[in-house]
Ligand binder design. Structure first.
Ligand code: 13P
Length: 342
């Protein structure tokens, strides 16, 4: 490995350290705004800031969380004591990360499909984010399952963008999280999810290879293989874990530093139970951990509800999920953890 790859590999390895995962707290202002709105919380800049601070300042969070993905607004905000958030995290030994894509937009000429934007000017933005303390980044590609979807063109266009983003990050000493998310909200079976995830990963890794992305200096953030939410099909924890592991083993080079799953709309408990079973099956060349957004945050957001007097209870809810998912990285998650006090 050359010096840059060694540096990237050290960051990526720390992101997937035993017992730790990544908190995805990088919702754009419109996305967090719609989540707040469902709970009657005003989406002011200060409310978004204090909500995020509730997580970062939860006592003991650093035992379970290796890194946090921030949004452009958040990386420029300060904790209540005036410390910039990236510095606040570094003081805890938590690595600051940053979402750098600018969102998934309609793919022209391909109804029902999306392409993720954000490549223009990315080299300069990465320099600024690195100066602000970010050491890893995230780019999410969205793949929709439907009648005749995804098309090969959609897979190739998104893989191309992920690969260009990955190479630009690594050039700057930033570890790219490569996130090709096959959505789970359709009416497709688990078998179709498997087939689409298989093809997606195949196309993505081909593009990464051609772009010269160093696998040792990246983290993959995939979906799990699950039945579509509207399919009416149910799958056991064992089935989800074994199909997910199978598709990863077929497609992901052993050199990849780690795999950190998205939760994608699974229930909090399912996300923990699936990760747990994946780790129980074990025998993988890469650590398997979490990079959850909703499955780490939903309970805490509901508990907090925008009220300063609920911060401690919100932190307890956040720590419960973080601890459960940390246990799952060891294959030691159990339902008792759901009710035990933190
Ligand atoms: P979810 O875990 O809610 O899917 O979010 C993860 C994420 O970062 C999506 O880009």
């Amino acid at each position: 490995m050359d010096e840059l790859t060694k540096e990237l590999n050290a960051i990526a390895t720390a992101m997937v350290a035993p017992g730790k995962g990544i908190l995805a707290a990088d919702e754009s202002s419109p996305t967090i705004g719609s989540r707040f709105a469902k709970l009657g919380i005003d989406s002011t800049e200060e409310n978004r800031r204090s909500y995020r601070e509730m997580f970062f300042s939860a006592d003991g969070i650093k035992e379970y969380v290796s890194g946090v993905i921030l949004y452009d607004e958040t990386i420029r905000q300060n904790a209540s004591d005036g410390t910039p958030f990236p510095k606040y995290m570094q003081n805890l030994g938590i690595i600051p990360g940053i979402k750098v894509d600018t969102g998934a937009k309609e793919l022209a000429g391909h109804p029902g499909e999306k392409i993720t934007e954000g490549l223009d000017g990315l080299r300069d933005r990465l320099k600024e984010y690195h100066d602000l303390g970010a050491r890893f980044a995230k780019w999410r590609a969205v793949i929709t399952i439907g009648d005749g979807l995804p098309t090969d063109y959609c897979l190739e266009a998104n893989a191309h963008a992920l690969a260009r983003y990955g190479a630009l990050c690594q050039e700057r000493g930033i570890v790219p999280i490569i996130e090709p998310e096959v959505l789970m909200d359709g009416d497709n079976t688990i078998e179709t999810c498997y087939a689409v995830t298989d093809k997606t990963l195949h196309v993505v890794f081909g593009a990464l290879y051609r772009a010269g992305v160093k696998f040792e200096g990246m983290v993959l953030k995939p979906n799990m293989v699950v039945p579509g939410k509207k399919s009416g099909q149910s799958a056991s924890v064992e089935q989800v874990a074994s199909m997910t592991l199978d598709v990863l083993k077929k497609n992901v080079p052993a050199a990849v530093a780690g795999i950190a799953f998205l939760s994608g709309g699974q229930s909090d408990q399912d996300a923990s139970a699936h990760l747990n079973q994946l780790n129980k099956l074990g025998d993988t060349p890469w650590p398997l951990t979490y990079s959850y957004g909703r499955a780490l945050q939903t309970a805490a957001m509901e508990t907090w509800a925008g009220k300063p007097e609920n911060v401690a209870a919100g932190q307890a809810a956040a720590l419960l999920r973080a601890r459960a998912n940390s246990a799952a990285t060891y294959g030691k998650y159990s339902e008792q953890l759901e009710t035990a006090g933190v």
